[in-house]
Write a protein that binds this ligand. Structure first.
Ligand code: MG
Length: 171
């Protein structure tokens, strides 16, 4: 088993669409970022890469590169999964928490979890998204940012699976 932990935070600002967990949510403000600012997917990518011993999202998709400007973060998840497959690994379970004062994510957490499960090829009961407020405290509590924390468990992909490539040696 391999375990990875990811965290990310982005400012919540007017004039941007809100992308979270790969979904566009109907909200008058969105997450500021070089890409779409999807802090939940960025934390997920960091957790996937960390669990695989591959580094972090900035190593592969630096925000200094023009080609990632405005990129949908689902691309980063797909690329991270491809890197895992090269090493004979795949996600087995995801436990995520989103910290947001607004919008209130309680009614949307199941939707977010189902979308993550779909992206990762996992069953619905293998992905949980929890929604927390900060009780009005700090930048998140003031509605100025949204943060996410993601824990991922990887397993070895079965040998001979059609989409698998031979596992690479240690980096
Ligand atoms: Mg980020």
């Amino acid at each position: 088993m391999r375990i990875g932990l990811g965290f990310d935070i982005h400012r919540l600002v007017p004039g941007r669409p809100l992308f979270l967990g790969g979904l566009q949510l109907d909200w008058p403000r969105g997450l500021l970022g070089h890409s779409d600012g999807d802090c939940l997917l960025h934390a997920l990518v960091d957790a996937l890469l960390g669990a695989a011993g591959l580094g972090d999202i900035g190593d592969f998709f630096p925000d200094t590169e023009e080609r990632w400007r405005g990129a949908r973060s689902a691309l980063f998840v797909e690329a991270a999964l491809a890197k895992l497959r090269e090493r004979g690994l795949r996600p087995q379970q995801v436990d995520a928490t989103v910290f947001a004062e607004e919008p209130r994510l309680g009614p949307r957490k199941q939707l977010l979890a189902r979308n993550l499960a779909g992206m990762l090829g996992l069953s619905a009961d293998a992905v949980v998204v929890k929604a927390k407020t900060m009780e009005g405290l700090g930048a998140i509590g003031a509605g100025a940012a949204i943060a996410a924390q993601v824990l991922v468990l990887l397993e070895e992909a079965p040998a001979g699976a059609s989409s698998q490539q031979p596992a690479a040696g240690p980096r």
